[in-house]
Design a protein around this ligand. Structure first.
Ligand code: PEP
Ligand code: MG
Length: 752
């Protein structure tokens, strides 16, 4: 049955028309499960009923007419209980409701599964049989799998159906990724290239074309491996077989040989792929064996994957003519970094969540973003959008009065920004005279944010990974040193804390792919660099070399979970320092030994603070990962975004514990996670006793303003009051009121 299941899922998900997809599904399911009837009932809220939407087995005339009121019949019961029901003889069930127009008298056994997407019930999928019998376990899971796939198709079709109408205007809901409002036209980024879109052309260097082809071949193999892994984890493990077929084709010497022959004939790599794939697709499409016919789709898809890689490799930077709202299925930090700053007004991403690195980068750049809008986006192209980065809403083709209102809010925001800018040169000091340091998180964007920010007291976190991600090999020591030197020089006389390479998790190097089932729990940060001392040493030496004569460098280690990692890193830092110092001595230079700190972001460190204290010079709390790991909530996963909460009572307790320990062991401590740049977050942290905060460029001024409007003695009382509430909403509400009372409510929502 697995083969059938896979085939049905593929067909249904590939169909562009919902009615067609549903008819196909009921027909194929009836035959695959060898039952007498398969039907789909869709929930219609307006009519308060389930409507028969497709059937193979009941009277076709009843489709679109026969209705079962919500809460009635077995279909209603399934919808209500949101669970599968398996009955040997449904007609004897007290809830049974006979649908005369559907002619279902003959059917006795009944198996129904709810069709649910993101907690919303769209309908019920039912199979029935004349014979009295209980359905087997295998049949139950077959139906549940189909229902879950159908749910996604229906959800997308619903959104698409709405968008299809050119006059449709409405609101799509996602997650607030980066605050602010943006109004503009959608620019949909499509990573896939169709075979038919490419014009075949010849080149003059077959050796180069072979090399390009070899490179993408490896990349696509790896891409398929990691997709297969993802599918293995999910319910749809059957779909792994699809990727195995692809892998098989990719390793087929005949297929690969044909492409190479075309390259030898002078075609450039992409054109060779196009020519071979199109020929093969045409051949397979005419075959009478349905299995072989199916291979045409596999080859087309595979060819497009190869082409996409080849074409994007050739592409120059992305330069839209007018400033746009970037809309894409998945937005990576590198994609954002590729678009020139002035051309990017807002960001909308189907995948990702509030603490994906793409969202962090958007916040750093001050670009409003909405994440996790689970829709297919082609139909948004060129439509007018409003991105509300406070509420996480995306307004499509808003009506005039709504546009006017948002423009007014934007004007108010601009006024607020002007107000915040007035404190640029002022000290970051509370009304009761307590000084706090406001430092910059830099490095995520391509230009590394090194533009001198005189409002900041230094750099609290320089993320070094982006320069590694934006190229096709590890940067050399000299390249790195030049980059680090620019940053250290820009902040001469102010501290700069550089974090060693933190790749893994959601930050992948294109030339060093890591395929893991659980990347955030895997080979990431210090774990990877300690396993590769050659990479780590080069980076440390580059940092040290860059600091010569400036003496403002400190080094920080990411993802530390145990003390041996710190000891090993310290030994490597000693060695790097000795070697660079020896070289520098040759020209009478000296390199100051930098202070060494760790990020506190893996919860195991919370229980080792006394032992950690003597090993390092400072701590910096990475609340993004600390929250993710303490709560076991993926910071990138939109589905669990509502339970990712940096102000969860457990996180608050951990933060209090860290500041208490820092005081006890006289360890300088700062916060460099996103919480530090959050107006409520910073108040909470100040109330706990934190005095050093590192945040993105666009937050520095507003946080300085907030600091200058607050008093630490008041904040301590506010914290006590807030802690008396069990729920995060109420906890934040108490601090929210504090902001409102000072005229700063606009920091939490659109407008003033
Ligand atoms: C953090 O985890 O809080 C942090 C600052 O590091 P990153 O977001 O780069 O993982
Ligand atoms: Mg982190």
């Amino acid at each position: 049955m697995l083969k059938e299941l896979r085939e049905i899922v593929q067909r249904v998900t590939a169909s562009s028309d919902l009615d067609e997809a549903m008819s196909e599904l009921v027909r194929k399911t009836r035959s695959a499960m060898q039952v007498d009837c398969c039907s789909i009932y869709l929930r219609r809220d307006l009519e308060q009923a389930y409507l028969l939407a497709a059937t193979d087995g009941l009277a076709l005339e009843a489709v679109g007419h026969a209705k079962i009121p919500l809460g009635e019949g077995i279909v209603g019961l399934i919808g209500e209980k949101e669970e599968l029901i398996n009955l040997a003889d449904a007609q004897h069930h007290p809830k049974f409701k006979y649908l005369p127009e559907a002619h279902e008298d003959a059917f006795k056994s009944f198996l129904g599964a709810p069709i649910i997407h993101q907690r919303k019930t769209f309908g019920v999928l039912v199979v029935q049989q004349k014979e009295v019998r209980l359905f087997e376990e295998g049949e139950e899971s077959f139906l549940v799998t189909l229902a879950s796939q159908l749910a996604t198709v229906i959800a997308h079709a619903e959104a698409k159906g709405n968008l299809k109408s050119p006059n449709w205007h409405g609101v799509l809901r996602g997650l607030a990724g980066s605050p602010g409002i943006a109004i503009g036209k959608a620019w949909v980024w499509r990573p896939r290239v169709e075979l038919s879109q490419v014009t075949a052309r010849k080149g003059d260097d077959p050796a180069l074309q072979h090399a390009r082809f070899d490179k993408v071949l490896v990349q696509v193999e790896e891409e398929l491996d990691s997709m297969a892994l993802r599918f293995k984890e999910s319910q749809a493990s059957e779909s792994v077989a699809v990727f195995e077929v692809y892998q098989y084709i990719l390793k087929d010497p005949v297929f690969i040989g044909l492409i190479r022959e075309e390259i030898e004939r002078g075609w450039i790599a992409g054109s060779a792929v196009k020519r071979v794939c199109e020929k093969q697709v045409a051949q397979f499409s005419t075959m009478s064996d349905p299995y072989l016919r199916e291979r045409a789709a596999d080859i087309r898809d595979l060819g497009q994957r190869l082409l996409t890689r080849l074409i994007h490799e050739d592409e120059g930077p992305l330069t839209p003519e007018e400033p746009i709202i970037l809309v894409a299925d998945e937005i990576s930090a590198t994609l954002i970094a590729e678009i020139p700053r002035g051309k990017l007004k807002g960001i909308v991403s189907a995948k990702g969540s509030i603490n994906s690195h793409a969202a962090i980068l958007a916040r750093a750049m001050g670009i409003p973003a909405v994440m996790g809008i689970d829709h297919s986006f082609e139909l948004l192209e060129d439509r007018t959008l409003i991105v509300d980065g406070y509420s996480g809403e995306l307004l499509v083709e808003p009506i005039k009065s709504v546009l006017r209102e948002y423009r007014r809010l934007m004007a108010e925001e601009a006024q607020m920004d002007e107000l915040f800018a007035t404190v640029r040169q002022e000290r970051s000091q509370t009304l009761d005279g307590v000084s706090v340091s406001l430092l910059l998180n830099a490095g995520l964007s391509a230009d590394t944010d090194i533009a001198m920010n005189d409002a900041a007291d230094g750099v609290g976190l320089f993320r070094t990974e982006i320069p590694f991600m934006m190229r096709d090999r590890f940067p050399s020591e000299l390249e790195q040193a030049a980059n680090y030197r620019r940053v250290l020089t820009s902040y001469q006389g102010k501290p700069v804390c550089m974090r060693t390479l933190d790749v893994g998790g959601d930050k992948q190097l294109p030339y060093f792919p890591i395929v893991e089932e659980n990347p955030f729990l895997g080979w990431r940060g210090i774990r990877l660099t300690l396993d590769h001392p050659e990479i780590f040493l080069v980076q440390l030496k580059a940092m040290l070399r860059a600091s010569e004569g400036l003496d403002n460098l400190s080094v920080m280690l990411p993802m530390v979970g145990n003390l041996d990692e710190v000891r090993a890193a310290r030994r490597l830092l000693d060695r790097a320092w000795r070697e660079v110092s020896a070289e520098t001595a040759a020209h009478q230079g000296t390199i100051r030994y930098p202070s060494l700190g760790v990020m506190i972001e893996v919860p195991s460190l919370l229980y080792q603070l006394p032992e950690l204290a003597p090993l390092v010079d400072f701590w910096s709390v990475g609340t993004n990962d600390l929250t993710q790991y303490l709560l076991a909530v993926d910071r990138n996963n939109g589905r669990v975004a509502d339970i990712y909460d940096a102000m969860h009572p457990a996180v608050l307790r951990a933060l209090q514990q860290i500041i208490d320990a820092a005081r006890r062991y006289a360890k300088p401590v700062s916060i460099c996670g996103e919480l530090a740049g959050d107006p409520v977050g910073v108040l909470v942290l100040m109330a706990m006793g934190y005095r050093r905060f590192s945040m993105n460029n666009s937050n520095i001024m507003r946080i300085k303003y907030v600091v200058r409007q607050s008093r630490t003695d008041e904040l301590q009382k506010v914290l006590q009051e807030a802690l008396s509430h069990q729920h995060t909403g109420a906890f934040k509400g108490v601090f929210g009121r504090y902001l409102e009372e000072r005229g700063l409510g606009g920091l939490m929502r659109a407008g003033r």
